[in-house]
Ligand binder design. Structure first.
Ligand SMILES: NC(=O)c1ccc[n+]([C@@H]2O[C@H](COP(=O)([O-])OP(=O)(O)OC[C@H]3O[C@@H](n4cnc5c(N)ncnc54)[C@H](OP(=O)(O)O)[C@@H]3O)[C@@H](O)[C@H]2O)c1
Length: 334
């Protein structure tokens, strides 16, 4: 598997990372045994970067990743690099009730995560959203202390804007910024990507398939469970959904001409944006994983890129990428 650097100070990681969120939360039910098998298959294929968060079903996802590591052959377990998000507060019903980036909270979150994952250090640790009540310098400083103590190897950021990237980087070395980036979410291109490139900070891109919307597998009449994020996402509602799936139909024609799938061309497009970008793939079955890994074999020339751009022009997606209340928490959207 090709590798890419996670910024100038971070580790070298597989060109595609595996995002494990959907194995526990937010996209409807998942099969635990198949999820663990998918993590094993990813490691076996050379994937080294696994992404999770302590609030993905309140520890469930970390315990699942921990189980997958425990039951993997030692060589595969040792190649795994864990990226962990913390800081999101939720109530027992799953409602989002704020963010906590206080230094004492950072130490507390990390202690629980290490235990649930069954490891002695986390490779990249990041707050999921900026806590508006705590300067980013204090949150990043607390992670830097954990680095000093050996509990964390590298500091990451998540969904922050260019100004916050600069403030964080002035506090401690930052390996990567995790942020949504896809054919239909290109918001980082204007200010954020130039800032991370100037500062030598990598990007781990999530939502590369826009949460399945541009995967080619999302049907026009698909029913979503009430606890599925997409049941509340503007992009998946009514006319927005139909317009967005029209874009997918146009992209499918380009994919078919190249003999690849829609998901593969969408992932290949993000891979083509730069060596500093590592797409996180949200596969939770071995079948989807296999499809996603196929994107690594695709090279896109100028004509391909022009055809993709014509099918899905920048800014063409209908609807915001998060519901209004969650958009308000995105430092990256300010
Ligand atoms: N920092 C942040 O704020 C943040 C936010 C969200 C996610 N993340 C991280 O990023 C990771 C990836 O995000 P995401 O899950 O939204 O990504 P995504 O890849 O855009 O979406 C995953 C969805 O796409 C569907 N899909 C269809 N074909 C696929 C294929 N070949 N490969 C993979 N998925 C396919 C999956 O469907 P099925 O229903 O068939 O499984 C799943 O529902 C997450 O797991 C999480 O670790 C970070």
């Amino acid at each position: 598997m090709d590798t890419r650097p996670l910024g100038t100070t971070g580790p070298q990681v597989s060109a595609l990372g595996l995002g494990c969120m959907g194995m526990s939360a937010l996209y409807g039910d998942a099969d635990r045994a198949e999820s663990v098998a998918t993590v094993h298959a990813a490691l076996d294929a050379g994937v080294t970067l696994l992404d999770t968060g302590d609030f993905y079903a309140m520890g469930h996802n970390e315990m699942l990743v921990g189980e997958a590591l425990r039951t993997a052959p030692a060589a595969l377990r040792e190649q795994a690099l864990l990226s962990v998000k913390f800081g999101a507060l939720r109530d027992p019903a799953g409602n989002w009730i704020g963010y906590d980036g206080r230094p004492a909270a950072v130490r507390n979150f990390a202690a629980y995560s290490l235990q649930r994952l069954g490891v002695d250090h986390i490779d990249v640790y990041r707050i999921a959203r900026v806590d508006p009540g705590v300067p980013i310098e204090e949150t990043v400083g607390a992670i830097a202390d954990l680095v000093q103590q050996g509990y964390v190897r590298h500091i990451g950021l998540s969904e922050v804007g260019a100004d916050t990237v600069r403030r964080a980087a002035a506090t401690a070395p930052i390996a990567d910024l995790q942020i949504e980036y896809s054919l239909v979410s290109r918001g980082i291109e204007d200010r954020i990507l130039p800032a991370t490139r100037e500062l030598g900070i990598g990007i781990t891109a999530y939502g590369v398939l826009s949460r399945g919307l541009i995967s080619g597998h999302f049907g026009r009449d698909r029913q979503l469970a009430a606890h599925d994020f997409r049941a509340h996402s503007p992009r998946f509602q009514g006319d927005n959904l139909q317009r967005n799936l029209d874009l997918v139909d146009a992209l499918r024609k380009v994919a078919e001409q190249k003999g690849v799938t829609v998901a593969q061309i969408a992932i290949a497009w993000v891979l083509s944006r730069g060596e500093d970008i590592v797409p996180l793939i949200g596969a939770r079955t071995r079948e989807r994983l296999g499809e996603a890994l196929g994107a690594l074999e695709i090279s896109l020339d100028e004509a391909d890129l022009a055809a993709i751009e014509e099918a899905v022009p920048a800014g063409a997606a209908a609807g915001d990428r998060y519901p209004q209340a969650q958009m308000a928490h995105l430092d990256s959207e300010r």
